[in-house]
Design a protein around this ligand. Sequence first.
Ligand code: FES
Ligand SMILES: [Fe+2]
Length: 398
Amino acid sequence: MSRDQLISMARENLGFVKAGTTQLQTDLLRVPASNYFDPARWELEMDRIFGRLPLMLAFSCELREPGAYKSIVAADVPVLIIRGRDGEARAFLNSCAHRGAQVMPEGTGKARRFVCPYHAWTYDDRGSLVGILDEDEFGDVDRDCHGLTPLPITERAGLVWVALKPETPVDFDAFLAGYDEVLENFGFENWHVVSQRTVEGPNWKIAYDGYLDLYHLPILHKDTFGSDFPNKAIYTAWGPHQRVSGPNPMLLPLEDKAEADWPMEALVGGVWTIFPHVSIATFDAGGRGVLVSQLFPGKDPGSSVTVQNYLMADEPDEAGRAEAEEQVDLLEYVVRVEDYATGLRQQRALIAGGRKEVLFGRNEGGGQRFHQWLGRLLDADDETLNDALRAGDPLADA
Ligand code: FES
Ligand SMILES: [Fe+2]
């Protein structure tokens, strides 16, 4: 079924290629400039967006074996994800039941027991407390009530989503809206992480707007991607998640072939975003690859941190790895020096005031949809959140 969706997207794309047109919305969207820097708005985003929605924090291929774990700090919340001996991935607040210390340092690895560095309280692969140092002297502690705090988690399409609050009201199916079934076409569970880097940037939305925006490519990235790079964008949405691709003339030869023979690589090109903070961009240096950018708000409205993960479908040999590293060097440069440096200056100019609104054009449906979804989910309280997620495409309402 999801391959059918890929085929129909390719056909829609071909329609634009042949007509020499692109996808346009009915109207411009005006977004208040203060949405990018107002501290009250930012607090609400931390609470209602990053605090409630599942965030894509790990790849199944980082947690292949029983005991494999990943410790990551997301929106200032330390999270520990562990592949249990039963094959299940579980997520926990990475905070010890004794006095709250972070149990595992950030990174990935494999362990049988998870030992707190402060006083050596010990947890197993299910987060259960299994060891208390000098227990006789410590006093009575009911181990059953003092495990690591579990967080809601789902693992689909080789990707692991975790909600940062144990009591999140969100229905994961309503949130994913079938997007995970389309992402399954990548087969990420068998891919390999070959590079991980972090890049600091401006307000998370200033940074994220750029991932949905092809309009800027031949302008801001003229020195890297080139001034001939196409700037037209076609967006397809599943709930708040969007795929972005340019009208792609390379699809034209497919028309002479049976749909069953259309190669997967041709069907999944472009950028796949996962609301509210991830972008998956496809590349082919040294083999089939993707740059998965995980964007997290920093400690204040004016900062963010992006983890750039480069994954490859096949484990690269030395030459393939070198080619991939070169690709990632370029992408890190593009994001740090072109996108985020521009975003930091944009942010300073917006904070300076005098401009009440920013604009998203008819040709920028991706940014329009993102900001409309954000507004809708910020407005929803815990009782109405799932209805808001199921309420359909905000651009279709316009
Ligand atoms: S805080 Fe973890 S053992 Fe004391
Ligand atoms: Fe960019």
